[in-house]
Design a protein around this ligand. Sequence first.
Ligand code: ZN
Ligand code: ZN
Length: 424
Amino acid sequence: MLTQAPRGTRDMLPQDAYLWHMLEAKMRELAALWGYREIRTPIFEHTELFLRGVGGTTDIVTKEMYTFKDKGDRSITLRPEGTAGAVRAFLEGRLYAEPLPSKVYYLAAPIFRYENPQAGRLREHHQFGMECFGGKEPTVEAELINLLMTLLSSLGLTGLTVHINSIGCKCCRPRYGEALRAYLGDRLNDMCEDCRTRFDKNPLRILDCKQEKCKAIVKDAPSILDSLCDDCKAHFEKLQGLLTAQGIPFAVDPTIVRGLDYYTRTVFEVIMQTGREGLALCGGGRYDNLVEELGGPETPAAGFGLGLERILLELRNRNLTPPAPAAADVYVANIGAESLTDAFVFTQKLRAQGVRSESDLCGRSLKAQFKYADKLGVKYIVLVGGEELERGTVKLRDLSTREETEYPLSEAPALIAGLIGKEA
Ligand SMILES: [Zn+2]
Ligand SMILES: [Zn+2]
């Protein structure tokens, strides 16, 4: 138990840190280009926020939340998604009083859901998400989708298509609910228990059921696209025009509803073709009523969330991860106990010049130091000690050419920094 992490969690080990940094750097870079600024919100919030924000009939709220009482008897929940907290911060931080739209992103935010752990689906995972508050035009969704596609394809992923749908608004969705209920009415007995509950509370969620028997029934259900009001229809058509104009491959898919109650109009998923199967990498959508429902001014909004572990898994499966960089550029070897201090001091001088360097911390023999330096993958070894040290010099060995050069001790750090700089 003691040496086993809780089910559904995973450590980020130091040998993988460079991959996270690579992903995060890419996300930061694109977010800045698209004009999104970073926001960081707490890992836990008042449970009420998610009950109201995410929706009481969703799987997330009914089955998957980590909720507990704190010592002050308040009900606290570890955030099960990123949007509700961002909306709360938008309101509490009075971002709505600034010029709109307010465009924010969060990087590697921990997300907690009590799910059955499976490949790429953890109970704690990390999300990159973006939210745009205050933009009602479909250009908002189009730029979010554009950024997502740019990000994923820049990582080397191919076969990407955006699947889009419109789930309507306050005016037209109830009308669709009725049409759906009318269709499902006498078929309900053949559906799963969850769907029978959803039938009364939120029939749209039935379209999202993963049970085969339900899927078979849903296949022939009326399409929500036939029930859209004129405004929703125009919005959806405009979005498609924008995607076409940007050359983004997309497909209209009326079965996408996303497992969250707050969406209005546009919902989307980025699907990657893997053999015959399509794999949903991430998704998002528009949520025009959420800010108001949480007590704020009427504010149209849209966003998406992308699981980092999921993306890393796909990159690994396709051998798209870059090789790990060397842990240091230079190893400073001492040739015995008497030159240990000089080697150690020399290492600090290299670091002061911005050279990533290592020296012995384990009391190794010279031979063992060479072996260790080799494992680190350094380009150079500096030998400190012996006659050279008495002469006031050090020896630099270039491991790729095996050439050795002697440098005066005082000038060596700057000269080595110059060598490394030239290669970088
Ligand atoms: Zn509508
Ligand atoms: Zn079902």
